[in-house]
Write a protein that binds this ligand. Structure first.
Ligand SMILES: O=C[C@H](O)[C@H](O)[C@H](O)COP(=O)(O)O
Length: 159
């Protein structure tokens, strides 16, 4: 599998851990940076670049690492076509793929020990999208993203 990684200073070590681990497992890994630890760096450039790589590379997935994962998820989701989920447990990681066809997982390096982060990432990478009713919901979001026209609200119940 092709996997694109990015982080800020708070996620730097965990990103590097997964770059080594996923490569050793046979995945094709690209690292959007940072290449060196800088305690004053900011997450947007790295997370936006990671999401751009994922969107440009059909069939790939991405992982963005920060302190909480919150800003990393927000940044990645600014890239049209990127669906990034804050994966804070094995269950939310599985559901991110199964229900949301998330292309990127955002992981808070300050929220988990390495073993738990590995379980979360393994769950994300190892789960397939279910399709069906979930595709309909994703299509609504994709259309909104492309056109700016909000999905129609269902008619209000009468009576
Ligand atoms: O949502 C953003 C991430 O958690 C950042 O990694 C975090 O805000 C960085 O915090 P600090 O600059 O205090 O290390």
């Amino acid at each position: 599998m092709r996997i694109h990684l990015g982080a800020d200073h708070a996620g730097f070590e965990l990103k590097n851990h997964f770059a080594r681990r996923l490569s050793a497992l046979g995945h094709e890994v690209t690292d959007a940076g940072p290449a060196a630890y800088d305690p004053d760096d900011d997450y947007p450039p790295y997370c936006v670049e990671t999401a751009r790589r994922v969107v440009a590379d059909e069939g790939s997935l991405g992982l963005v690492f920060g302190g909480s994962g919150n800003g990393e998820q927000i940044a990645a989701n600014k890239v049209p076509g990127a669906r990034a989920a804050l994966t804070w447990s094995v269950t939310t990681a599985r559901l991110a793929r199964r229900h949301n066809d998330a292309r990127l997982a955002a992981i808070g390096a300050r929220m988990h020990d390495v073993d738990e982060a590995e379980r979360i990432v393994d769950a994300f990478l190892g789960t397939e999208f279910e399709g069906g009713r979930h595709q309909r919901r994703i299509d609504q979001l994709t259309a909104f993203e492309r056109t700016g026209d909000p999905p129609a609200l269902p008619a209000a119940p009468t009576g």
